[in-house]
Design a binder for this molecule. Structure first.
Ligand code: ZN
Length: 393
């Protein structure tokens, strides 16, 4: 399956219709979820997808019946995902919840019946022909069509296609260790540096100003709403730059290497610490590692996460511990005389640890491991120090 995304430009009346459809779908979602929860509470009955679909009949008059069926599917999927997480032992988080106003942003047509109705004008039942910025053609068999309203107020469609015919990325040969940091976004064991495009910094600054303005507005006021949209527009731009940069960088690594080693940083756990959250999310390490894992897997390559313990302090030449604060950018080993950039030293260590790990299967870190096991408290501390430096943005 491959998903294509396009901006659409609905006429005013169409935009109103889309908004209404989304809002009614949200209400339907809450209604069905409530039915499902009540039925279980009352006599332990689990309403099936089919039961839920029956209940949608005649409920959401503005929407095409298939769109309402998809609302039932979403509940079904939310439950399925929840139980899958429990089964994997990830705790009981994420039980399906009611959607507040504004927290439901899309409608989906689960079965495209007329694929020829996709193009510069795309047809969505009950809404009509939508002007579409069809910048590249879809390939494969289109299956679902979703209209989404972004927080910025812009509208998009996504089309998921089965059996796309786009050329598959092929992985290269060899291995590489990469270090994710703040001084350079990525440093490789070959001594290369990759940084976020320059405009990112300007955008981050602008975001900070807008966030301050937003916080000064009165709750539920018109000005607050406008400020929220301005903020969302900047967020969208930042996300676009980040995605573009991230995907291109992934491609570069995967085309060149078969196995990529990186640190298993529990970024998700750290984002909870809210004063650092902004900084860490901005740097977007987790976003990048997810992209890299996803791309590598689809190309048949591998991304292996290694234990980050001592990667920055250890000498990659002789194994001695060379203590250094974050301000010290050069690794200078008095024992073996190795003098290199601290991040290059770290990425060489990551490569070495990764290779050893593979030779001893027991030590191989689990892929996509979400626990904090691989990370020492000291390492978390040093990451926090690095993150705090970034708050200056
Ligand atoms: Zn040394």
């Amino acid at each position: 399956m491959k998903t294509y995304k396009y901006r659409i430009y609905p006429a005013k009346s169409q935009a109103i219709a889309i908004d209404e459809n989304i809002e009614q779908s949200r209400q339907l979602y809450n209604e069905l979820l409530s039915l499902k929860k009540d039925a279980y509470k009352k006599d332990k009955t689990s309403l099936t997808r089919f039961d839920l679909i029956k209940k949608t009949k005649g409920k959401n008059k503005e929407a095409y019946s298939q769109v309402s069926q998809n609302v039932a599917d979403r509940i079904n999927k939310a439950y399925r995902n929840f139980f899958a997480r429990v089964k994997r032992g990830e705790g009981k988080k994420g039980f399906p919840r009611f959607k507040k106003y504004g927290k439901y942003a899309s409608i989906t047509l689960p079965q495209i019946v007329n694929p020829e109705k996709i193009g510069k004008k795309t047809y969505f039942p009950k809404i009509g022909w939508l002007n579409t910025k069809y910048h590249r053609p879809i390939t494969g068999t289109p299956k679902t069509l979703t209209i989404k309203k972004a927080k910025s107020g812009k509208y998009f469609i996504t089309i998921s296609c089965a059996n796309p015919t786009t050329e598959r990325l092929k992985h290269g040969k060899g291995e590489i260790g990469i270090d994710l940091g703040l001084n350079h976004f990525v440093t490789t064991s070959n001594g290369e540096f990759f940084d976020h495009p320059k405009p990112m910094k300007g955008m981050a600054k602008k975001r900070k100003t807008l966030a301050r303005e937003f916080s000064k507005t009165t709750k539920r006021s018109n000005n607050r709403n406008k400020a929220r949209i301005r903020l969302a527009i900047v967020d969208e731009k930042v996300a676009n730059v980040r995605n573009d940069f991230g995907w291109k960088l992934c491609r570069k690594f995967i085309e060149k290497y078969e196995t990529i080693y990186l640190e298993n940083l529990n970024v998700r756990g750290m984002v909870k610490n809210h004063c650092l959250a902004g900084a860490i999310t901005d740097v977007s390490w987790s976003d990048f590692t997810n992209k890299l894992s996803f791309k590598a897997e689809s190309a048949g390559g591998k991304v292996v996460k290694v234990n980050p313990k001592n990667t920055s302090q250890k000498c990659s030449g002789c194994g001695d511990i060379v203590k250094k604060t974050l301000a010290i950018r050069t690794h200078n080993c008095l024992n073996c005389g190795l003098k290199i950039d601290r991040d290059i030293n770290a990425s060489i260590n990551i490569l070495t640890i990764g290779k050893i790990g593979l030779e001893q299967p027991k030590l191989t870190p689990e892929r996509d491991e979400a626990s904090t096991d691989g990370i020492s408290p000291k390492q978390v501390l040093s990451m926090k120090q690095e993150a705090t430096q970034l708050v200056r943005w």
